[in-house]
Design a protein around this ligand. Sequence first.
Ligand code: AMP
Length: 411
Amino acid sequence: MTFENLNIIEPICLALKDKGYTVPSPIQEKSIPFILEGKDVFGCAQTGTGKTASFAVPILQMFHANQLIKKTFGIKALVLAPTRELAIQIGESFSDYGKNLNIKHTVIFGGVSQFHQVKALDRGVDIVIATPGRLIDLMNQGIIKLHAVNFFVLDEVDRMLDMGFIRDIQRIITKLPFKRQTIFFSATVPPEIKKLADSLLNNPVSVQVAAISAPAETVKQSVYYVEKQDKKDMLKFVLEKENINHALVFTRTKHGADKLVKDLVKAGITAEAIHGNKSQNARQRALECFKNRTIRLLVATDIASRGIDVDKLTHVINYELPEVAETYIHRIGRTGRAGAGGMAISFCASDEKAYFKDILKLLGKNMDVMEGPVFGNSRKLDLDSSSRRTPRVPRTSNNNPKKRFSTRKRT
Ligand code: AMP
């Protein structure tokens, strides 16, 4: 199967070739024909499957084919995404795939001045990619009108609901024309997502490329049981042992991310934090430094986890486990993208065992438990004996992580 077989026009095929896409990914193969036919689509696809192109390519093609649409005044396609990073990346994908076409798009998100976004809208755009908050803000100011929207895409809907955007989404929907094509993507489909999809979609075609809540099969997953105080040393150990030059590291809190970065930098490891308290410019700068490999580690909170797409990211480290098991899937979806191999390494402390059990339940399988060094503060952790206490091991030359590594694998 090729993009030509899917009847994709030459200017787009050429742009896709430049991106190195030789064959469509399964989600692209399944959804593009239906979207081109004008059908509503309900897509269930995990992160990293190529779902952006599965809606961006047919939208660009439909614009190109139908000059009339272009001549109507107003925004003709609206893509809603949960985070600024994801919105920016979708915008970049539209630029890449549409580089041989003359279709204008812009990205709208909060956390920065609206000045340039309003200017871009004033110049006239066909496609808007937006996060819900800023979009509502501009709608309230009368700057954006949605009466001409023919195509409406909701991306990563489960994440949008997690982030509390349901009311915003409902408000936005009331401003859209009734007659439109709607494309709805979610990585997971809990009942509230199903309900929302039913209320929005008109006789949709369902496309699914992986079992619901399944992580990419190409990601190798493992866990180290390690106490909170020892995680910093364990991270240094793992970086060395696995020869990791580039990894995305997850913490649960913004404060935790900042503190870890401080400790890493002190230890001579280049790292930057990316989270919601950082200005948009600082976030973009950190992401750029990570993408161009100026820094070794990017330490992120979950809010940033969904939008980050780094080519050939080999390692994701869950420094702290997420409270919600589904978030684990989203985190590790940053690696192993589009069929490439990846490794997800998690650290589980005694107070995170419940989270870990939930993750195993969701995965429906066990993961390799790795044995690292025994640190001064740690007692050995065992998932099945959470109440058993073993005495603290004082740090001696025998168990000092710098001196003694035990890397046996327990199964
Ligand atoms: P997405 O799920 O849209 O975020 O895409 C995940 C990654 O796969 C991105 O780095 C895309 O550039 C890449 N990708 C998407 N479609 C293809 C394709 N057909 N062939 C190769 N890579 C792709």
